[in-house]
Design a protein around this ligand. Structure first.
Ligand code: ASP
Length: 305
């Protein structure tokens, strides 16, 4: 199979002065993932590498630079899902994990359960050899400043201008046709402590099934959950074998239909990326902008907003 990779850095009203940083972040994530896939590496290694780059980049709302909750703390969520087995590894409410996607992968690999939260998840991380960080290490100066303004004043989007949202995601297919999808987020700004959105929930912020494809969503979590958006989008990819399996418009339509449904049934804004079972990428969003990138069939990197 021809390997394939698509990433996103969140659907929101990205201001003009953040466009270059968001595009560069997506490009760096493609470089990291593609350096693995192009050498015959696995889709799992590729999505992990791509997501780590995005988590480490404070322009995105995941890992370092995540939004702070009402108490001024970071609480991260992440998930990885294997399309072949339908097994996911998911973790939520993490305060001491530098790269939440690493823990999601460990849960996928080693845990009898598919989802762990908060201290239980962090205890499992330690047991599996992942170090815990100081919660303060995840807080960027920009997020801290925005949180302080919200606390003095009232939570307002203006305080977060330039970094309101930016959940990250990746979907990859490797040479063996293995497909994995992943999503990582710091959630929404000034959320109540303990709030978990769509991102780490199987079928909501992420889903993958080898019979159809895989996807990662971004946007207003409480709306995305209502329509189990990732599973819904992947279900739109189900079809009998067609003479022309490389029909790109079919994948594009599935992505568009899912975002249309988000608006129609849940009055929600957001977007998603998809790879169908043949590795054909597609994206859609109903927000003013979404940061995304994919590797084109000729191996070149395409990033846009
Ligand atoms: N979906 C994420 C959440 O609700 C936020 C985002 O995608 O920007 O936690």
């Amino acid at each position: 199979m021809q390997p394939s990779l698509i990433v996103h850095g969140g659907a929101w009203d990205i201001p003009d002065d953040a466009i270059a940083a968001c595009k560069q972040g997506c490009r760096d994530a493609l470089v990291a993932g593609w350096s693995i896939l192009s050498k015959g590496g696995t889709a799992l290694d590729a999505i992990e590498a791509s997501i780590i780059v995005l988590e480490d980049d404070p322009v995105f709302d995941a890992g370092y630079g995540s939004h702070l909750n009402l108490d001024g703390q970071v609480e991260c969520d992440a998930i990885v899902m294997d399309a072949a087995t339908l097994r996911a590894g998911s973790a939520a409410g993490l305060q001491r994990i530098k790269n939440p996607i690493r823990l999601a992968r460990k849960i996928w690999e080693e845990c009898p359960h598919m989802m762990l939260v908060a201290q239980g998840a962090e205890r499992f991380a330690q047991k599996s050899g992942l170090p815990l960080c100081d919660p303060a290490d995840l807080i960027s100066p920009a997020e801290r400043a925005a949180w302080l303004q919200c606390r003095e004043d009232e939570h307002a989007a203006e305080h977060h201008r330039g970094h309101e949202q930016g959940t990250v995601g990746a979907v990859a297919m490797d040479r063996d046709g293995r497909l994995f999808a992943a999503t990582s987020t710091g959630g929404t700004c000034c959320k109540l402590p303990g709030r978990v959105g769509d991102s780490p929930l199987i079928g909501c912020g992420c889903y993958a099934d080898a019979e159809a494809g895989g996807g990662s969503c971004t946007g207003y979590g409480e709306a995305i959950m209502k329509i189990t958006m990732a599973k819904t989008a992947v279900d739109y990819l189900r079809r009998p074998t067609l003479p022309d399996e490389s029909d790109r418009s079919f994948t594009k339509r599935a992505a568009q239909d899912a975002t249309d449904l988000l608006l129609r049934r849940a009055n929600g804004t957001g977007g998603l990326i998809l790879l169908d079972r043949n590795g054909i990428p597609a994206f859609a969003f109903n927000t003013p902008r979404m940061a995304y990138g994919y590797v084109a069939p000729d191996g070149s990197f395409f990033t846009s907003i």
